[in-house]
Ligand binder design. Structure first.
Ligand code: ATP
Ligand code: MN
Length: 464
């Protein structure tokens, strides 16, 4: 009956001359005058299809094979042979074709060759069958494996921080509340919601970051990373924000900001290098169809060091640029997308690491500099996407941390355990977060973050 192969395996010359079995979905059928048909078969194992040759002598040729079209699922047994065509090394001469499932050509939504990304989002359950979304899925897989590989090689422990958390004011963004209270009849006491009747006895939320908990583990285990889903309820309908996204967050004891920056840069280089090395076919597809500079951009980044610039220097540079920005450039204000783009796309033409931000625009846990005005924050900005990494050296001095919390109106008692890390054996430590989808957006050149996660969640949308 033959060895069961994926399409990727069957496309390699290694199996020529062997009886094999492949299973997958038909992309196209072409009938030749010579009494046979060509089927293009895809099973997601690679971008390219396997060419199947189905002769009219096959018993179901007229009854079934001549009715096959886009979306039908089949199993093919046959002889793998060298292909005379220039597009592929092999082709499969079918001895037997079994149809698993039909796809009505009148109704199957992927009949047409080109669909808009907007339309494909409305059929997120079928879009993995297109070239673009297959390629995204394979690159996403490669990226996630490269993330683990990097940290494992560096001696980090993979840890899991909670998804449900009571910390409600980390400053990262609006949160989704988690409750088992009956929303149609919320229990009240003295006019306020009675959380003693809620599942956890208190308000709880979906996490916006695993950082605070990761700090607890780093302050015992040294170098750790947490990698999981993250949730933000801000109503930002942009091409760079999702309500549910994946973030990898390393946290390192005894790392100061310089060590943190150095690690982030080496980490990103490793990731881009691995994708280029392991997904050449998919990256060539992105270069051809999505962004002509996709491969070149990554290659350039791997070769040249990232620019490092303090926030203050960036402000001076922007003010001296002679550019009329829509949002004024002023020390103490957050940089807007247009400012980030000027730095990464026009001035430096590459990634920029900004550090030492004004204390008033960053969260309480970032370490205060001796100038009293700035904190040890760092963001990695890249062309087109903007911020892909955000991190900092954490404030390890108890009194200063308490003062910063008071300044931002946070109640110390809600953070008692976080403060304990500074009470007992405190150490300098640092960490950062990389948004997996932002990284994928940058790698693939896809314009909208909703197209680099299989089932995106954003305001007004959770269909699947
Ligand atoms: P931004 O200012 O771009 O909204 P942020 O500063 O709020 O991002 P951080 O809290 O620093 O983001 O989160 C760390 C990383 O997580 C970011 O650098 C980014 O890569 C990613 N990220 C943050 N928010 C989102 C989101 N809503 N959707 C997808 N990725 C996100
Ligand atoms: Mn940030």
């Amino acid at each position: 009956m033959g060895q069961k192969l994926s399409v990727a395996q069957a496309r390699s010359p290694a199996w020529i001359g062997k009886e094999v079995v492949v299973r997958g979905w038909v992309r196209t059928r072409r009938d030749s005058k010579g009494g046979f048909s060509f089927l293009e078969l895809n099973d997601g194992s690679c971008l390219e299809n396997l060419q199947i040759i189905a002769d009219q002598k096959l018993e179901n040729y007229e009854s079934e094979i001549r009715r096959l079209g886009a979306g039908c699922s089949i199993r093919v047994e046959g002889l793998l042979q060298a292909s005379p065509g220039s597009k592929q090394a092999t082709e499969l001469l079918a001895h037997k074709i079994i149809v698993y499932g039909w796809a009505d050509p009148e109704r199957y939504p992927l009949q047409k060759k080109h669909h808009s990304f907007e339309f494909l989002r409305t059929i997120a359950h079928l879009r993995p069958r297109t070239n673009t979304f297959g390629a995204v899925a394979r690159v996403r897989n490669c990226l996630c494996m490269a993330i683990h590989e990097f940290f494992q090689n560096e001696g980090f422990l993979y840890i899991h921080t909670p998804i449900i958390t009571p910390s409600d004011c980390e400053g990262a963004g609006a949160m989704f509340q988690v409750t088992t209270l009956n929303l149609a009849d919320v229990p009240k006491r003295n006019g306020e919601i009675d959380y003693s009747l809620d599942f956890f006895d208190r308000p709880s939320y979906l996490t916006v970051s695993g950082q605070l908990e990761a700090e607890a583990l780093a302050c015992a285990l040294g170098k750790v990373y947490t990698f999981g889903p993250t949730f933000r309820a801000e109503n930002s309908n942009t091409t760079r924000h999702l309500a549910e996204f994946w973030m990898v967050e390393p946290e390192m004891a005894f790392f100061e900001l310089e060590d943190n920056v150095e690690l982030a840069e080496r980490f990103l280089r490793h990731l881009f290098g691995r994708v280029l090395e392991r997904c050449p076919e998919d990256m060539a597809f992105f270069r051809e169809r999505i962004d002509p500079t996709a491969i070149e951009t990554l290659e350039r980044i791997i070769e040249s060091p990232f620019v490092r610039l303090s926030y203050t220097e960036a402000i001076e540079l922007l003010q001296g640029s002679g550019r009329a920005f829509e949002f004024p450039v002023q020390w103490g204000r957050d940089l807007q997308a247009e400012h980030e783009r000027y730095l990464t796309e026009e001035h430096f033409r590459g990634p920029v690491i900004l550090y030492d931000y004004p204390r008033q625009i960053k969260p309480f846990y970032m370490r205060l500099n001796d100038d009293g005005k700035t904190v040890r924050a760092m963001d990695v900005l890249v062309p087109k996407v903007g911020e892909i990494v955000g991190g900092s050296q954490r404030e390890e001095r108890l009194e200063i941390l308490e003062a910063r919390m008071a300044e931002q109106g946070l109640e110390a008692q809600n953070y008692w355990w976080y403060l304990d890390l500074r009470r007992y054996g405190t150490v300098p430590h640092s960490g950062f977060g990389l948004g997996v989808e932002r990284a994928l957006q940058f790698i693939t050149g896809l314009g909208n973050i909703r197209d680099v996660i299989p089932f995106p969640r954003f305001p007004g949308w959770a269909e699947f």
